[in-house]
Structure formats: structure tokens, C-alpha cells
Design a binder for this molecule. Structure first.
Ligand code: GLC
Length: 443
């Protein structure tokens, strides 16, 4: 068993999947979210769908964001690539417009990933986009401004772990071969992180901070991240700023939303989930292809049908979908990613109302055929997998009407004490190939 676990872990690491194990962590004790925070949580839920952007120096190598540790690249050699970072095609207005047109309500951008390079004008280190690249443009500020202009939520990803700095010590489970031999002190790293976070929350107006990498220290028993101080610091600057942490465990006090990686809440196909589902707003993140950061050989893009169904499946489980794109080093979004954004956007134009803007999971729990979503007295049945012309539903509330969402044609129904049965005159094969939506109005 032990060796099987180890093999799984090694394979997962090579894929850039973070494997978790329980850690002792103190978080913001006795945390009581403010009114503004609770309102921000509802807004986050309403937005329903976001786009994740993994962009950093790693995009230049085109081997995914874990290349530095997977290939054991020396950090001094690796960092030279900053001198070649000049994404001439980067256009924040274009990115934000493309994301907005997909129906997404927010984006989450990597400010500093595990490689340790900061994509904004941070005052805490010169290893950043302004001081260390010929590009010298603050892409984070540009994206923030465009999000504000175009009405998109602006969330920021922040890596807790660092494969570059000497003071990220003790070294964790990853990044052991990146050539850090002089060990610094954790307290300077801790101060560095908290100062960077203050910049992101105060100066960059992060509506949410998306932490990642806690699991890196699970090899060092008793290790403390001091989330208590970190979370309290963020909430002190902006009480409405939402904190989420991709630790794959149960939520720590002080967190405002919970995330699941590569799986809808309740499922665990990627081996990263299994933690209890909290009452907080939930977000599931997933890649469009296989990797988060741009990877040349990774052209295994999921079809638009698969992605739209994933969005529907998450909505039916009261979760947002955070769908990832790895922009290229040129500053362009990959053509296939743009194609998927457009196709999702086309679907969202007609059906977005059934998965976002105040829509939550429906009264009927997820079923084999699909899921339900709901807003007030309107329940949407999303039939993703047709089984037969009859559909029996565990719904005992009194029903007023049942219509096909597209055509508004009434669908014959019968209600008994046991539930609701719908009979469709259409053969399943004629049904909408992506998601056949039935609108049920309750009394
Ligand atoms: C994992 C990976 C990381 C990625 C994140 C996104 O934690 O380690 O590279 O950014 O998942 O969910």
C-alpha cells in the first residue's frame, strides 16, 4: 500500500497535481465574516462562472507551470528567462472582452506561482515583471483596470510555496532540486508574503485571494503557515475580500469559499478531493486541456459540449466553475481556448440564465440524468443524459407548469405523493445534444 501511495504521489506530482495530506494549521480563529463579506460571497455565487489564467515565466518554456521542479532546473539559470519575457501581443482589453463574452463573471490570475516570479510591480522583490523583464508593464494592474472597466470580478491566485527564494525554508515536498543551498529564515519569507498580500488586496483590489501550495509543507511535521495572521491581515485591509485556499482539506476558519480541484464537489476522480463539503460558496477549478500553465504538447482540449456540461454539473451542485486557460508567452490566449470561450459564450447567451445570476442548486439533488438548478419558484432540469421518454423526479412540491425551456412547449406531467413524472413526446435522440432544459414552475 505504501509503495502504491508513493507511486501515485510521484505520478501526481509529475502531472502538476498537488497531493494533500492533513496539516496542523491555525487559521483565523473566531472569524466572523462582516456584512460586506457576506454580500461579496453572494455576488461570487451569482457570478457562477470564472476563468482561471495561469501565466508566468513558465509560459516561455511551454512545458506547464511545474517544469522548474519537474526538470530540477537551477533557479539562477531559470530566472534568466525573465530577460526574454516580452509578451508583445498582450492586450488586457482583449483578454477581458473574450472572457466576458464567454459569460464568465470574473477572472482569477496567477500573481506569483510556485516558480516565485511576481507578475506585478511588487515592492517586496525585484524578481518581478517591472524590474526583471524588458516588458516592464504591470499586467496585473492592466487586467484589474480592464476588469473594472468591463465589469468583471478580479480575483488573484497566490502561491504560498516558492521554488526560488532561499528563505522559503524549510524546503517543502516540491522544488527540492532547484539549487537553493543557502538557507534563509522563514520569518523573512513570512514577512515577504504578508507584505505582498497587502499590496494585492490594498493596491490591486483583489476581490478574492486564491491560495495554493499549503500541501508542500506536509513533509515537515508541525509546520505552521500562520494563516491566522495572514487571513486576519487580509480581512483587516478589506473585510469583503474573499479568501480561499486550495489545500484539498476541510476549510480553515477565516476562509470565505471552498475550492475543489479537477472534480465537482462530491466526486474524487483526480484523487485530490474527498474533503467534506462546507456551507461556504464553492468553486471547482478545471483545465480546458490537461495542464494549467501553457504546455506546447498539451492539445487535449475538452470539447465545448464537455465544458458546458461541466459548468451545468457544477451549478447543479451549488458550485462555481473556474475554467483554466494557459496564455502563451506571446501574450496571446491559445486559439483553441478562444474557440472554447466563444462556444461557451454562445450557449450562455441563451441558457446562462439557468446557471448564474442568482441561480443556485435546485431542489432535486443530482441524478443520473443530470442536475437541477433553481431561482425562486423556477426549477431548471438539465437533462444531460437521456434515458427514456419518461422522467420520474423526487419532487413533491406542488407544480404549476412544466415547459421545454427552448420552445416553451408544455410538457405533460403527473404528480403523485411519490413525486413528479414527466412524459416527453420527443425521442431522446432529438433532444438538445448539450443540455436539454426543462423549466418547472412551483406553486
Ligand atoms: C495545483 C497545482 C498548481 C495549480 C493549481 C490549480 O495545486 O500545483 O500548479 O496552479 O493546482 O488548481
Amino acid at each position: 500500500m505504501k509503495s502504491l501511495l508513493t507511486t501515485t504521489r510521484v505520478a501526481a506530482l509529475a502531472l502538476g497535481l498537488a497531493v494533500s495530506s492533513p496539516l496542523i494549521s491555525h487559521a483565523q480563529k473566531n472569524y466572523k465574516p462582516t456584512k460586506e463579506n457576506l454580500a461579496a460571497r453572494e455576488k461570487f455565487r451569482d457570478r457562477g462562472f470564472g476563468i482561471f489564467l495561469h501565466w508566468g515565466l513558465y509560459s516561455i518554456f511551454g512545458q506547464g507551470e511545474w517544469y522548474m521542479t519537474n526538470a530540477n532546473l537551477n533557479r539562477d539559470e531559470y530566472s534568466k528567462v525573465a530577460g526574454a519575457f516580452y509578451p508583445a501581443q498582450f492586450d488586457a482589453a482583449k483578454w477581458v472582452a473574450a472572457i466576458k463574452a464567454s459569460g464568465a463573471g470574473y477572472l482569477t490570475i496567477t500573481s506569483r506561482h510556485h516558480e516565485g516570479f511576481s507578475m506585478w510591480d511588487t515592492k517586496q522583490s525585484d524578481y518581478n515583471i517591472i524590474k526583471s523583464t524588458p516588458f516592464k508593464r504591470d499586467i496585473l494592474a492592466e487586467l484589474r483596470d480592464e476588469c473594472h472597466k468591463q465589469g468583471l470580478g478580479f480575483h488573484i491566485y497566490y502561491s504560498l510555496l516558492d521554488w526560488h527564494r532561499d528563505d522559503y525554508y524549510p524546503i517543502g515536498r516540491t522544488g527540492q532540486g532547484t539549487g537553493r543551498t543557502k538557507h534563509g529564515q522563514w520569518k523573512t519569507y513570512d514577512a515577504f508574503m504578508n507584505a505582498q498580500l497587502a499590496e494585492l488586496v490594498r493596491d490591486y483590489n483583489a476581490e478574492a485571494i486564491w491560495f495554493d501550495g499549503e500541501w508542500d509543507q506536509d513533509i515537515n511535521p508541525g509546520f505552521q503557515w500562520n494563516f491566522d495572521k495572514m487571513y486576519a491581515g487580509i480581512h483587516k485591509i478589506n473585510p469583503a475580500c474573499l479568501i480561499g485556499n486550495n489545500h484539498h482539506g476541510e476549510v480553515h476558519p477565516g476562509e470565505d469559499f471552498q475550492m475543489f480541484e479537477r472534480d465537482v464537489p462530491g466526486a474524487n476522480t483526480a484523487g485530490l478531493s474527498g474533503q467534506a463539503i462546507s456551507k461556504l460558496p464553492i468553486e471547482t477549478c478545471q483545465t480546458m486541456n490537461g495542464m494549467w500553465g501553457y504546455k506546447i504538447i498539451d492539445q487535449t482540449y475538452k470539447s465545448d459540449t464537455t465544458l458546458i456540461r461541466l459548468l451545468v454539473q457544477t451549478a447543479g451542485r451549488n458550485a462555481n466553475l473556474l475554467l483554466n486557460i494557459g496564455p502563451e508567452a506571446t501574450g496571446a490566449l491559445p486559439a483553441t481556448a478562444i474557440d472554447r470561450l466563444e462556444k461557451i459564450g454562445k450557449w450562455m447567451k441563451t441558457y446562462g440564465k439557468t446557471v448564474k445570476d442568482g441561480v443556485r442548486e435546485g431542489i432535486i439533488p443530482p441524478q443520473e440524468w443530470g442536475v437541477s438548478t433553481q431561482k425562486g419558484k423556477t426549477v431548471y432540469l438539465h437533462i444531460l443524459d437521456w434515458k427514456s421518454r419518461m422522467l420520474s423526479l423526487p419532487l413533491t412540491e406542488k407544480v404549476k407548469s412544466v415547459v421545454a425551456y427552448d420552445t416553451r412547449r408544455p410538457i405533460p406531467f403527473q404528480q403523485t405523493k411519490l413525486g413528479l413524472t414527466l412524459s416527453f413526446d420527443k425521442a431522446p435522440s432529438e433532444a438538445n445534444a448539450i443540455d436539454y432544459i426543462v423549466e418547472v414552475t412551483l406553486h
